[in-house]
Design a binder for this molecule. Structure first.
Ligand code: 5RP
Length: 231
């Protein structure tokens, strides 16, 4: 099974398991969430009445093209379920997100969600966060070099994310530093508390105690839930 097939089966399994007619649904961002949005579009075409909130301009455009009704987050009081990808998942279902650049809206949407369902293929599983992926940190453009020094003091090497020769700019108009930790992240909760007090930091890519469940697809075509529930 190739990487795209693994993303598709886990995304479709998550939608078919968690999305029910009449729900408010959060739409994730990235190449795995792409397949979930396409599947949600099929449900809408089949007559489901869903109200959706997107975590990025990219996902909003895809959703509208797929015939999905998209509203602002403030138009709903809560989301019943959000289906989103992740860059790393540890055995306690703690996550690193944001390589797709949408971590700020993803975290706001997750906070408004009853069931945050994460969809990954097995390549995203790690014993310790920060060992495969860098930790993305979204920062204000103003004084961002100073913010970088403060991030560096947390024991990482922060690299300004670039796109087409210029700094990558998020949907919120900010920059991202991808922070590499040589030994991975020993204590994600402590690190988050240190990063969040740095002036200039808008949001970090640690999603701690956020996942209601994580669905994982494997090379052999199976999908399992980290909560231990049946799929
Ligand atoms: C975007 C994200 C994505 O969910 C994450 O990067 C995973 O993306 P993909 O499914 O393409 O690997 O956090 O900000």
């Amino acid at each position: 099974m190739d990487a795209a097939e693994m993303k598709k089966i886990v995304a479709e399994k998550a939608v078919d398991t968690f999305v029910k007619d009449g729900m408010n649904v959060g739409l994730g961002t990235g190449s795995t969430a792409y397949f979930a949005i396409k599947r949600i579009g099929q449900l809408v075409a089949d007559g489901f009445d869903l109200t959706c909130v997107a975590t990025s301009v990219q996902s909003e455009n895809l959703a509208r093209e797929s015939g999905i009704k998209v509203v602002d987050l403030d138009e709903v009081d809560k989301l019943d379920v959000t289906i989103d990808g992740a860059d790393e998942v540890d055995p306690k279902m703690q996550l690193v997100k944001g390589l797709g650049g949408a971590l700020l809206r993803e975290k706001i949407v997750a906070a408004a969600t009853v069931r945050e369902v994460i969809i990954v293929d097995e390549s995203k599983l790690v014993e310790r966060l920060g060992t495969k992926a860098p930790l993305p940190v979204e920062v204000l453009r103003f004084g961002h070099e100073h913010t970088r020094y403060a991030l560096e003091r947390q024991g990482c090497t922060p690299e300004l994310r670039m796109k087409d020769g210029s700094p990558f700019v998020t949907d919120g108009g900010n920059y991202i530093y991808d922070c590499r930790f040589p030994e991975g992240i020993a204590n994600p909760f402590f690190l988050e508390s240190r990063i969040d007090v740095i002036p200039g930091v808008v949001e970090n890519g640690l999603f701690l105690n956020t996942a209601f469940d994580v669905l994982v697809s494997r090379q052999d075509g199976t999908v399992s839930r980290m909560s231990g529930e049946q799929v």
